[in-house]
Design a protein around this ligand. Structure first.
Ligand code: SF4
Length: 351
């Protein structure tokens, strides 16, 4: 479906009570300002195509001084950061530093492989990475019984959301994994393998695997609506032939020289030595921008393009679904609503 031709005022778009209610629900979170932090340069597994172990950042010295981190997070809070994303390499190896962050910036998320449980006193969303069934994980991540261990570690834990990264080789396995997580009362959202700069391996998507991924995502969203945190517009945004930057114009500093507003002004990506580099700063540094379909990138890029989507009720509903999904995946205590738009719309072009 394409955008309708009638010109709408914003008041007309939100005249529909369902759209207005969702708009009021999501806009309460517009205060969120994210930055990301590499908490450790170590990991207890080594996955093929991991963006952390591409580029320079993996060689940053690991600062383990608690007072240095405390001062950093305090200064981040003072410059307006309200949401912390703790990532690469494996944050669960430095729980005392994660706790310092939580004590200073109470909203956030931790990207973890889920093999080492993170104490419940750190009440962030925990994103547990899944790259297929256990046989595939053992091949790509060189770790046995990953799902069984991840589920055991985060059983009955409302912080946990499992993030399934679709590669060309695990598309069908998403059914089996989603069923298993459903049986265990867990939630899942979807990510796309996005090649690091210079990656020459076999996990880069093609137009055929993008199409097949779209079909399987749609099937799972339809069949497991309580388990799958996603929407039809999420599927569109992440499985189009064009990647996210081409579709939505990335606003992270790495691709955006403007320091006037938004991510270009506030976002920083700190390395383990507590330094950051504006030229490299985005949520998935060292990822190839032409292949970037990463869920973390989309959460920022699509969400930032509200005005581009506020053109008609259908397009705006699709954008609201995306933002509602993003908040449910990233913010503790935010519950996903029923999706408003279940048709595939074309992302609106730049004005
Ligand atoms: S990798 Fe993705 S998020 Fe990072 S700068 Fe490129 S397009 Fe933006």
């Amino acid at each position: 479906m394409s955008a309708q031709h009638q010109q709408y005022k914003f008041s007309e778009i939100i005249a529909d009570p369902r759209i207005r209610e969702r708009w009021e629900k999501v806009r309460r979170y517009f205060f969120l300002r994210e930055s990301t932090y590499d908490m450790s340069n170590r990991c207890n597994i080594r996955c093929e195509g991991c963006y952390y172990f591409a580029g320079e950042k993996q060689f940053a010295i690991e600062n383990s001084d608690e007072n240095s981190w405390r001062r950093l997070f305090q200064s981040e809070k003072e410059r307006g950061i309200t949401f912390a994303v703790l990532a690469g390499a494996e944050p669960s190896l430095v729980p005392h530093l994660c706790k310092i962050c939580y004590q200073t910036i109470p909203l956030g998320a931790i990207a973890s492989n889920g093999l080492k449980p993170i104490s419940r006193e750190i009440d962030y969303r925990i994103h547990i990475s899944v790259w297929g069934n256990d046989r595939t994980s053992e091949t790509i991540r060189k770790a046995p019984n990953m799902l069984a261990r991840q589920i055991a570690n985060y059983k009955d834990d409302p912080r946990a959301v499992f993030v399934y990264t679709f590669t060309p080789e695990n598309i069908d396995e998403a059914r089996q994994v989603t069923k298993l997580l459903t049986d265990n009362g867990r939630q899942i959202t979807f990510n796309m393998f996005s090649a690091p700069v210079g990656y020459q391996g076999h996990l880069r998507h093609t137009s055929e695997t993008l199409k097949k991924t779209r079909e399987v995502m749609s099937e799972l969203l339809r069949d497991y609506p309580q388990t799958v945190l996603f929407s039809t517009y999420n599927i569109v945004a992440h499985t189009e032939k064009s990647a996210l930057h081409e579709l939505f114009s990335c606003s992270y500093p790495r691709m955006n020289s403007s320091m006037d507003v938004g991510l270009g002004r506030t976002f920083r990506q700190y390395r383990t030595d507590l330094q950051w580099d504006r030229e490299a700063a985005c949520c998935v540094p060292d990822t190839d921008c032409d292949d970037c379909r990463h869920y973390a990138a989309g959460s920022a890029l699509v969400t930032a393009r509200m005005y581009r989507h506020a053109i008609d009720p259908v397009t705006f509903s699709a954008w609201l679904d995306y933002v509602d999904t993003y908040l449910a995946v990233w913010v503790r205590g935010y519950d996903k609503g029923v999706n408003l738009c279940n048709t595939f719309i074309t992302p609106p072009p730049k004005n």
